[in-house]
Design a protein around this ligand. Structure first.
Ligand code: CLR
Length: 423
């Protein structure tokens, strides 16, 4: 093991452990779907939703043509698209600068919501998903731990960081808008190259669909976000501005990083669909304009994050990253858990444009879930998550889902033929 005098033996051990999960992912990422265009029937959202004011999304039965071939589990992995920002953060020696990049990561996931006015499939209780990126050095795992309300518990890890939390979204249709309010806290353990380990937390902002009545539905993301470094006491306050009437306020995000005395160090600004910048503003907060060639200098803003291009012509308006998620190469199929969402026939059919078959299969898997629930109730049993357990967070004191670090060990044994998933 090469430690290069950095004293990061723990990191090296972690890297080796993660590499064991690369098995099955040798074929690389998927670049395109079978389908060239989705050709979903164009039905007005309002005509279907107008009788459902006051309801939450989980209680609505919508035609499958309102779905996209993702699930709420996949929508959580989509957070991982810009993990390069976490690696940049780990390389910075100044902790407030690390916070700038961690906040950039927290804001980066919203770019993928553009143009995605479609319902992800609702995961079944106990459904899981694993996603490994040998090219980027991380692995991700999520399990659906409750059905009502739908909660997914996730854990991602790389040599430089661990990222985990619960995705629990409360939704309500107000007529004028459809609001999605994420409740869970996200935790990040960052291992800076300069040594030590830091804990950061934040909560996600509200997502909403506006323009339903006027027939021009669009996703907006708005509200305050507080990214806190528990190790240093530094905080980044971000404000996602609601779209409103003025085109100029659309996608705007602005904020600042403060030290533990509350003094501003950095100002942050930009648009969450495009680019976010930071500017060194010690002791004052200032607007953040994109840098210009005319006035170079230390107080110039610099780019911290830029959205990946969104090529046109991907069915369902998916991002290239989302296209990689439901792929199931032959080498991977025998290694994933039987509960893996890649094996769901309804999502597969949706992805391949077989909408009627998708609807039939969706019905069938959901019937199966109801039968399993009745069987549990008859025996007086309760569902127990397989890979996570409820615990009190040792630092923040909140209740959260603790990953038991068993999934990847079992998977390794399955890959080596020492066991099978059913045992
Ligand atoms: C927001 C970020 C969270 C995870 C998450 C969960 C639910 C998602 C939401 C995100 C984005 C908006 C979303 C929502 C579920 C349904 C809703 C995709 C990713 C869409 C826009 C609703 C479409 C309207 C239907 C009625 C057709 O970490």
């Amino acid at each position: 093991v090469e430690t290069a005098g950095k004293g990061h033996t723990e990191e090296d051990a972690k890297a080796l452990d993660i590499q064991k999960s690369y098995k099955g992912y040798e074929d690389g990422i998927r670049k395109r779907l079978k389908l060239d265009a989705d050709n979903r029937p164009k039905v007005s959202l309002w005509s279907i939703l107008k009788s459902m004011i006051g309801k939450d999304m989980t209680k609505m039965t919508l035609p499958v043509s309102f779905n996209e071939p993702t699930s709420l589990l996949y929508r959580v992995v989509e957070d991982m698209e810009y993990t390069d920002l976490l690696n940049v953060a780990a390389e910075r020696t100044d902790s407030t600068e690390r916070l700038v990049y961690v906040a950039g990561f927290a804001a980066s996931e919203y770019a993928s919501t553009i143009g995605r006015v479609a319902k992800p499939f609702n995961p079944l209780l106990g459904e899981t998903y694993e996603y490994v990126r040998p090219d980027l050095g991380y692995r991700f795992f999520i399990e659906q731990v409750t059905h009502h309300p739908p909660v997914g518990a996730a854990y991602a890890e790389s040599p430089q960081w661990d990222y985990y939390g619960e995705s629990a979204v409360k939704s309500k249709f107000y007529g004028k808008s459809f609001e999605f309010n994420p409740l869970g806290t996200w935790f990040l353990h960052l291992r800076p190259a300069s040594g030590g380990e830091e804990l950061y937390t934040w909560k996600k902002v509200t997502s909403s669909v506006v323009g339903i009545i006027t027939g021009n539905p669009q996703v907006d993301n708005y509200g305050p976000m507080e990214v806190k470094n528990w190790t240093t006491g530094e905080v980044c306050y971000l404000d996602f501005k609601p779209k409103g009437w003025k085109a100029s306020s659309a996608f705007q995000v602005a904020g600042r990083v403060v030290d533990k005395q509350g003094r501003t160090r950095w100002s942050i600004g930009g648009r969450w669909n495009d680019k976010i910048y930071a500017r060194f503003t010690p002791g004052f907060e200032a607007s953040v304009e994109p840098p210009t060639a005319e006035k170079p200098g230390k107080d110039q803003a610099f780019l911290i994050w830029e959205a990946h291009p969104r090529p046109t012509g991907i069915p369902f308006n998916l991002t290239p990253f989302a296209v990689t998620l439901n792929a199931i190469p032959d080498r991977l199929r025998p290694l994933v858990a039987p509960t893996d969402t890649r094996l769901r026939p309804d999502q597969r059919a949706m992805e391949e444009g077989e909408y009627d078959f998708a609807a039939v299969e969706k019905n069938r898997v959901e019937e199966g879930q109801r039968a399993r629930r009745r069987a549990r109730e008859a025996k007086g049993e309760e569902f127990v998550p397989r890979w996570f357990k409820k615990a009190k967070h040792p630092v923040t004191g909140e209740e959260y889902c603790d990953f038991r670090h068993e999934y990847w060990k079992v998977r390794e044994d399955v890959a080596e033929g020492k066991t099978t998933w059913s045992q």
